[in-house]
Design a protein around this ligand. Structure first.
Ligand code: SF4
Ligand code: SF4
Length: 314
């Protein structure tokens, strides 16, 4: 359906947990987040019911997010339940990849169509430092496990951070020469722990275009401007929420793991969905779509949402 600004809304990002087995410095505090009582988090049945109502309101694509969705108990039942919704065209999932060695095959069997895997550095020590608890080889094994079970059009999501990984762009581009993957560089957004970081950390992805003039433009896909290197098997995506805000083309809504509909990642406004069923649930989702904010206001200051990234699902 159309929102109040005339944008078609057909994409739901559905967070299934705000927990994660990593503690990335730009996302979470070192001690992690408090584990909420089980009852505070949407059940498998509630998640599927929200998915059904969203599809009835025109959603065609659902992406499962977290925190880290693969640490959620019942993730395979959630995937199976959502995949069975008539009219849902695509079920995707964004993961840090660390649990894919065990879960890639069951996720494929549960009906997940596509995976995005977060990967901010190709250097083991930096990876351990940024995630505070992760091992790079787990993620690389996860990527290969995903490919082996048929997730062929993988997207690797890399948050570009000045002074941390901007010297690794060449290594990531090299991956696209060797693999049919899309490496997507995403601008760091000033929210949660990184809201107060030095301005030098917040790089425009256009710096990549300036540095690698051999990148050739190809057709965009969703919010990503896309390029490829001559002879590459894969592609490069640039996602620039700060330097080129794409709010005018935004097609998405979000539901948090505690059941709040958010029209915009950076907005304070939330609409509670728990306890609603059938037509009441659909009406609430329609209301949330109609009230979706027109744009973020990051040019004027940090994100307005009081939630951290792991509580919204990126
Ligand atoms: S950025 Fe992703 S992988 Fe890192 S702590 Fe947050 S949810 Fe976990
Ligand atoms: S800032 Fe809000 S409106 Fe803009 S693209 Fe992101 S979610 Fe959509």
């Amino acid at each position: 359906m159309l929102d109040g600004c005339g944008r078609t809304i057909d994409y739901l990002r559905l967070s299934v947990t705000d927990l994660c087995n990593y503690r990335c410095r730009y996302c979470m505090p070192a001690e992690g987040v408090c584990k909420r009582p089980h009852a505070d988090i949407l059940s498998v049945e509630e998640l599927v019911e929200i998915g059904q109502a969203a599809v009835a309101c025109g959603v065609k694509k659902i992406r499962l997010t977290g925190g880290e969705p693969l640490v959620r108990r019942g993730i395979l039942s959630i995937c199976r339940g959502l995949r069975a919704i008539p009219g849902l065209e695509e079920l995707c999932l964004t993961t840090n990849g660390s649990l894919l060695p065990e879960l890639a095959k069951p996720l494929r069997e549960a009906g997940v169509d596509r995976l995005n895997i977060s990967l901010d550095t190709l250097q083991p020590e930096r990876f351990a430092n940024m995630t505070r608890s992760g091992t790079l080889s787990d993620v690389l094994d996860g990527i290969h496990a995903a490919e082996a079970v048929g997730f062929t059009d993988l997207k690797l999501d890399t948050v570009l951070i000045g002074g941390f990984n901007d010297d690794e762009v060449g290594g990531f581009l090299q991956l696209t020469m060797e693999h049919p993957w899309e490496v997507r560089f995403i601008e760091l957004m000033p929210m949660g722990p990184c809201a107060e970081w030095e301005t030098s950390c917040f790089l425009s992805v256009d710096t990549i275009l300036k540095r690698y003039s051999t990148l050739q433009v190809i057709e965009p896909n969703g919010v990503a401007r896309r390029y490829h290197l001559p002879g590459a098997k894969g592609t490069v995506g640039l996602i620039s929420p700060l330097s080129h805000d794409f709010c005018g083309q935004c097609r998405r809504i979000r539901v948090t793991a505690d059941g709040k509909l958010k029209g915009c990642l950076h907005s304070r406004e939330e609409l509670p969905l728990r306890g609603l069923h059938g037509k009441d649930l659909e009406d609430a989702i329609r209301r949330g779509i109609l009230q979706k904010p027109q744009r973020h206001h990051l040019a004027e200051g940090p994100s307005d949402t009081p939630r951290t990234m792991n509580q919204i699902g990126g």
